[in-house]
Design a protein around this ligand. Structure first.
Ligand SMILES: Nc1ncnc2c1ncn2[C@@H]1O[C@H](COP(=O)(O)OP(=O)(O)OP(=O)(O)O)[C@@H](O)[C@H]1O
Ligand SMILES: [Mg+2]
Length: 378
């Protein structure tokens, strides 16, 4: 077995026998003195199955995330490592890949694309689309709570993606939280780690089933370890995320994660104004949060489409009362912008074509009159 890594001085890639790990060698290209990386191959400067590991982006409960460059495809990717500790119950690498395959089938503009996965030196890794930007946690830390319209726009995109995954593949995310929603520098809202919570087999399981996910945004039914969870668990989490985006606060704070789980199960969700007295939101948005994050999943919306419609209605604003002869209609809709525009164009086109008809008609009448006058003179 060989370890591949890159010279930090001249960027030359080289392969060195594993027995040389931790030893100093001279770079065959520039002669710089280098130390062959010691533990694990996934670290900055190494080349892992055509991925040059460049920078550490961050880390979570599963392991580290790196920015890497895929040398053959010449594109930047994010490499997420999953520590062997997390996968200690896993049967095999094949099982890991199989579990990832479902997530890799998803193709949606608001879901991060998974490219490949593998197993190197005892570490599982996933290569995926790199999203240059910031996650919702970083966004709130940096700039404080979001304006209502901005937060609703994020929720609208996430709901669209969740609807796609549920309706097309019966897939749920299981770990919707601010860290797993990233906004790119272009403004695209992207959901990360779709299906990954299922890959994780952590030690916080109970007798009835696995408790998977992050307690701060976890649905009561996940907290209870129910095995029959469905899209409504993600809906609860997204409702709590909306509350967080608007207030900058997590609803339940406790000394340990188990107490947070218990609070999600037993304590009513605090209202926006209770969590942050400086923030005012519309009654409609507060009602949206309450319904999405209802303790009893039967009281939540019955589909993601219903969530999208409710968000659309709030974004569109209150319906205007029809003035005499005027038409009632939404003030402005962010999500239905395109259709509003196309209806406008159609109306304009219709108005244009009727004006052209009138002009042609007038020209014809004028021609007939002139013809008649001319004929009478002859
Ligand atoms: N594809 C990606 N592109 C860019 N940044 C990413 C990507 N995936 C993850 N990150 C960032 O890396 C950091 C760590 O992510 P990671 O998923 O490991 O942890 P987490 O979501 O906080 O927790 P968990 O381990 O529970 O999922 C986060 O800031 C995340 O936004
Ligand atoms: Mg994550």
């Amino acid at each position: 077995m060989e370890t591949e890594f890159q010279c930090g001085n001249c960027s030359e890639c080289m392969a060195v026998d594993n027995s040389r790990k931790g030893h100093d060698i001279a770079c065959p290209s520039c002669g710089a003195e280098l130390t062959v990386p010691l533990q694990g191959s996934i670290q900055t400067g190494n080349v892992i199955e055509d991925h040059l590991i460049q920078d550490e982006i961050g880390h979570g409960a599963m392991g580290k995330v790196y920015l890497a460059s895929h040398l053959l495809m010449n594109r930047q990717v994010a490499i997420k490592t999953i520590s062997p500790k997390i996968r200690q119950d896993a049967d095999s690498v094949e099982q890991f890949i199989q579990e990832l395959q479902m997530g890799a089938r998803l193709s949606h503009p608001n879901i991060v694309t998974v490219y490949t996965a593998g197993y190197v030196d005892g570490v599982y890794y996933i290569s995926m689309q790199f999203i240059d930007g910031f996650d919702m946690n970083e966004r709130i830390d940096k700039s404080g709570p979001m304006a209502e319209s901005e937060a609703l726009a994020v929720v609208a995109k996430v709901a669209d993606a969740m609807s796609y995954a549920w309706n097309e593949y019966n897939m749920i995310h299981r770990d919707i939280k601010p860290e797993n929603i990233r906004v790119s520098t272009r403004g695209d809202v992207m959901i990360m780690d779709f299906g990954l919570a299922k890959v994780r087999t952590d030690d916080s399981s109970n007798e009835e089933g696995l408790v998977i996910g992050t307690p701060d945004f976890m649905s009561p039914e996940q907290g209870e370890g129910r095995t029959d969870i469905d899209f409504r668990a993600d809906m609860y989490s997204l409702g709590v995320v909306l509350l967080y985006l608007l207030t900058g606060r997590r609803p339940y704070i406790a000394d340990n994660p188990f107490d947070v789980v218990a609070m999600h199960i037993n304590r009513p969700l605090p209202a926006v104004k209770v969590l942050n007295a400086d923030i005012k939101v519309s009654e409609a948005t507060q009602a949206l949060i309450n319904k999405m994050a209802s303790k009893d999943r039967d009281e939540r919306f019955t589909s993601w489409e219903e969530v999208s419609e409710a968000v659309d209605r709030i974004i569109a604003g209150p319906q205007r009362k029809p003035k005499s002869g005027g038409k009632a209609g939404p003030k402005k809709s962010v999500r239905s912008n395109n259709s509003v525009k196309s209806i406008g164009k159609r109306r304009r086109r219709r108005r244009q074509s009727s004006s052209i008809g009138i002009i042609i008609g007038l020209v014809v009448i004028l021609a007939v009159i002139l013809g008649a006058v001319f004929a009478s003179r002859i």
